[in-house]
Ligand binder design. Structure first.
Ligand SMILES: Cc1cc2nc3c(=O)[nH]c(=O)nc-3n(C[C@H](O)[C@H](O)[C@H](O)COP(=O)(O)OP(=O)(O)OC[C@H]3O[C@@H](n4cnc5c(N)ncnc54)[C@H](O)[C@@H]3O)c2cc1C
Ligand code: SF4
Length: 598
């Protein structure tokens, strides 16, 4: 398949739905892309069904466009509205139901330059949900959320996989770090990751390419944190900084200054995205057939064997129903959509939803809590020459430091911080600086590189009662029942957030930064966009949905290879772990299929 044609999002050829594929993969994000890569490289014939469109992503992102080249400086057209924090908290979902705006998006469209991502994220009017407050960010297009993700690519450790052994809460995973480590290595080498080795047992190192440079204030903070026995490491970015000889669709990072401008998005594809990183190379094997605009609505079951026999889906454009058939069904629609699909797939053999004999599908839903953080002024940087600090995929990461060898009296588990400092293309302080004329401009310039800020990401405990289920009445634009949330942060998260704010302030003070602001408020559930755990793995069929290879306990030719399989949320970002696990499981799947065991 021709590279240029693929990137231009041309019409897809008709897909043969009469044949039985070796596997059908549902979803094309990090998990689905990885499944397609691994299975096709093992010689399997794979059909990928993706609910969204294949966009001409380079036309959408345009990351070399300057603000003055855009008619509204990157803003969305009138009538396009991003939900605000107040709307998420004061109102109840479905948030867009009575909106006066023709188009309503999740909060990420309130970030800078939202015009570039408005076709990537979903219109909330077409995709409602109900229940408790939740800021659900979804991307329905080829590649899913990987088109706009923040790229912080972290490994998890046995502090996560064996967390119960550490503090007694929840369940241990059926795997440990040594089982997944070889697959992290493969993901690092196949997709590229930049960073610096730190030798931390709770944040294992990757096989890094060249790191990005820390800004001056970040170096000050790194040095100061050493006194507290804490670490600041350059952003571990799922970005190739040295290039990838084996992938013609991607380029090494140019550090062009646009990275910080909007919700992710890199149109030279230095930052990992599933289409250029995984799907186009998989198509080049000749083993992958892609059908976009295909919304899976039910996993079909063979009445005689109880096994999965394929997928019923709806064409999102025509509304027509279709069926696709395969020897194995691989679900990778993202944590919440995968749970929805399993619950929608009710049959005589699986009256509770497919793979749900344990009644754990939708439960143990977990993620990261956000909100607390700190902003400081670095006085030595005032009036200093400007540096290009936004020409890099991220700033810094401060890994967890609580509940490692100590035991915090107020909460279990941990949090880490993401942050950045330095000069940016648009000096954010211009909006808040008082005055006018030459004096105003000088103050803005003098102060523009002198700020530093960071915000926490904390583990939300997996609790059975935190759940998504099908709403009995509300349906989406295609008539498919939507999810109802029954999900709240608990006391552990609240106590952890109190500590986050105090610790953040303390670290900045010790570094000598003037504290400008300390955020203490907890953001709405969902804000982290790291939803996990709705079909967890385990050894006990009564309390888990999948085995250690993300294979359904109930239906042996059904695999769920995204974050829904996670047993807990860690405090580290999940995508690298999602892909390493999917690689491991799909390797196993291919071997089992070849032995006739599925
Ligand atoms: C702004 C932003 C910043 C982020 N930053 C980070 C970060 O720094 N680090 C990190 O680790 N993670 C980050 N994430 C999260 C990361 O993007 C996700 O963890 C990752 O994309 C999950 O992969 P996935 O394949 O499970 O889901 P997705 O990438 O969402 O892909 C799922 C795909 O399935 C499709 N689909 C859904 N339902 C159906 C259906 N019924 N039928 C067919 N197809 C379906 C969707 O259209 C979508 O394309 C961020 C996300 C966003 C939006
Ligand atoms: S800085 Fe690197 S990763 Fe970011 S948009 Fe530019 S090339 Fe892509």
């Amino acid at each position: 398949m021709n590279f240029i044609r693929l990137l231009q999002g041309d019409a897809q050829p008709e897909v043969d739905l009469k044949r039985t594929y070796d596997a059908v993969v549902i979803g094309s994000g990090a998990a689905g892309g990885m499944a397609a890569h691994v299975l096709t490289s093992r010689g399997m014939k794979v059909l990928m069904l993706e609910a969204g469109k294949k966009l001409d992503i380079n036309k959408e992102l345009k990351s070399t466009e300057w603000p003055y080249e855009h008619p509204r400086r990157g803003e969305m057209p009138p009538g396009h509205h991003a939900l605000t924090l107040n709307e998420y908290t004061i109102r109840q979902p479905p948030y867009a139901a009575d909106s006066k705006f023709p188009k309503v998006y999740s909060y990420v469209q309130g970030w800078s330059g939202p015009d570039y991502s408005k076709n990537i994220v979903v219109d909330e009017k077409a995709h409602p949900y109900t229940g408790t407050n939740y800021a659900w960010v979804r991307a329905r297009c080829l590649g899913g959320k990987t088109n706009i993700w923040g790229r912080l690519a972290l490994r998890w450790s046995d502090y996560d996989f064996k967390a119960k052994s550490h503090d007694g809460y929840g369940e241990d995973w059926p795997i440990s770090y040594k089982d997944i480590a070889p697959y992290y290595d493969r993901v690092d080498q196949y997709l590229g990751i930049s960073g610096v080795k730190e030798n931390l047992p709770y944040l294992p190192d990757s096989l890094f390419q060249r790191p990005t440079r820390l800004a001056a204030a970040e170096v000050t903070l790194r040095n100061s944190l050493k006194k507290m026995n804490r670490v600041l490491t350059p952003y571990r970015a799922g970005v190739t900084t040295d290039g990838l000889k084996h992938n013609k669709y991607r380029s090494r990072c140019f550090g062009r200054g646009a990275c910080n401008r909007r919700t992710g998005g890199c149109d030279i594809h230095a930052a990992f995205d599933s289409p250029t990183g995984l799907i186009y190379p998989a198509m080049d094997t000749g083993n992958l057939t892609l059908r976009t605009n295909s919304i899976a609505r039910e996993i079909l079951v063979d009445r005689k064997t109880g096994k999965a026999r394929g997928v019923a889906f709806v064409d999102s454009e025509s509304g027509r129903p279709y069926e696709a058939h395969a020897k194995v069904v691989v679900v990778a629609a993202s944590t919440l959509e995968s749970a929805r699909l399993l619950l929608l797939s009710k049959s005589a053999a699986h009256p509770n939803g497919i793979g749900n004999s344990s009644d754990h599908v939708g439960h143990n839903f977990c993620e990261h809590v956000m909100g607390p953080g700190v902003t400081g002024l670095v006085k030595e940087r005032i009036g200093q020459p400007k540096t290009i600090d936004d020409g890099r995929p991220g700033g810094f990461y401060v890994p967890r430091f609580r509940n490692i060898s100590d035991k915090n009296p107020n909460f279990i588990r941990a949090y880490g911080f993401e942050g950045s400092a330095g000069s940016q293309m648009f000096p954010g302080n211009a909006n808040d600086t008082p005055g006018f004329g030459a004096g105003y401009k000088k103050t803005v310039r003098d102060y523009s590189g002198a700020f530093i800020s960071m915000g926490g990401f904390g583990e939300v405990l997996a609790r059975y009662e935190n759940q998504v289920l099908l709403d009995p009445a509300v349906k989406d634009k295609w008539g498919i029942p939507v999810l109802r949330f029954n999900y709240k942060f608990g006391e552990n998260e609240k106590k952890m957030c109190e500590d986050m704010a105090v610790a953040a302030q303390e670290m900045f003070e010790l570094a000598g930064f003037e504290i400008l602001n300390v955020d203490r408020a907890v953001l709405t559930e969902g804000w982290s966009i790291h939803e996990l755990g709705t079909a967890r793995m385990g050894t006990d069929k009564k309390t888990s949905v999948l085995n250690q290879f993300q294979q359904s306990h109930d239906v042996k030719n059904l695999f769920v290879v995204d974050g829904s399989s996670h047993v807990n949320a860690s405090c580290q970002n999940p995508t690298w772990t999602i892909m390493a696990l999917a690689w491991r499981s799909c390797d196993y799947l291919a071997t089992e299929l070849s032995k006739g065991n599925l």
